[in-house]
Design a protein around this ligand. Structure first.
Ligand SMILES: [Zn+2]
Ligand SMILES: [Zn+2]
Length: 258
């Protein structure tokens, strides 16, 4: 989860758990990369010889994703992999349903893959943010990802592990076109790019610290999971956020030793 409230133009609220029925026309945000808006959630489709999906929306999103794939003139049977930026139900919720159809590999960082095992009974025993993974349908099989892994899409899509929002949160970086898919590792509430949501993050300090890794990349556009693509000098913006994160870290350390 990331967005802290309903956003303009969408009907969703936090209580909305099923995928939306209506999907807007997919938007080509870079050659062969399409943004599919599913209510409050945005998933991304890389259309090459085969199709790669980044995040899968809420449980029940498969039909909307199918329609979006058809809208760009492709077949859902071309979909070969789903890469989940993390295990929260608005990102990994649709994966099980789509993967159950056959030849689709689901990839997720190992730390979050472990958390998908969380059940509602576990949450009842110890309530908290784990609800956001307990609502993610369990996966029959999935491939664990690790930092620096390369996914065969866009000439090599690099996994950048940014633990904090969840332990296994990842960003996906494509050096070929400079796209950085951030999942919920960053947000852009009210048109301002900032750290992951404090409310919905497991370890907010860690989430801030992890942004320093992103500042080392050469980024042309930040691709969010809940907000429109950001193209306004992303490198400068990431460096500023990294400086801010370092400052926060020093402050936290200072408080801890006093
Ligand atoms: Zn989210
Ligand atoms: Zn999240």
């Amino acid at each position: 989860m990331a967005a802290d409230g309903p956003q303009p133009g969408t009907a969703g609220g936090l209580g909305r758990l099923r995928g939306t029925r209506k999907a807007r026309e997919p938007l080509e945000i870079a050659p062969n990369v399409f943004e599919i808006v599913l209510g409050r959630v945005r998933v991304h489709l890389i259309a090459e010889e085969t199709l790669t999906l980044i995040d899968s929306g809420l449980p029940g999103s498969a039909a909307s994703i199918d329609r979006a794939i058809a809208a760009i003139g492709r077949a859902s049977s071309d979909l070969r992999r789903i890469v989940c930026t993390h295990a929260h139900f608005d990102h990994a919720g649709g994966a099980a349903e789509i993967a159950a159809r056959g030849d689709v590999e689901v990839l997720m960082h190992a730390a979050d893959l472990a958390s998908v095992q969380t059940t509602l009974a576990d949450v009842a025993r110890r309530p908290g943010r784990r609800l956001f993974v307990a609502l993610t349908p369990q996966l029959e099989r999935a491939t664990p990802l690790a930092d620096d892994d390369l996914i065969p899409a866009l000439g090599g899509l690099r996994v950048v592990h940014v633990p904090g929002h969840t332990a296994g949160s990842i960003c996906l970086y494509a050096p070929a076109n400079g796209l950085l898919f951030v999942g919920d590792a960053l947000q852009a509430r009210l048109g301002k790019v900032g750290f992951a949501s404090r409310l919905y993050s497991d370890d907010w300090q860690a989430a801030c610290r992890a942004v320093t890794r992103l500042a080392a990349l050469d980024v042309a556009a930040i691709v969010f999971a809940h907000y429109p693509v950001w193209r306004d000098d992303p490198n400068l913006l990431l460096r500023r956020l990294a400086d801010e994160a370092n400052l926060l870290d020093r402050r936290a350390y200072g408080e801890g030793t006093r």
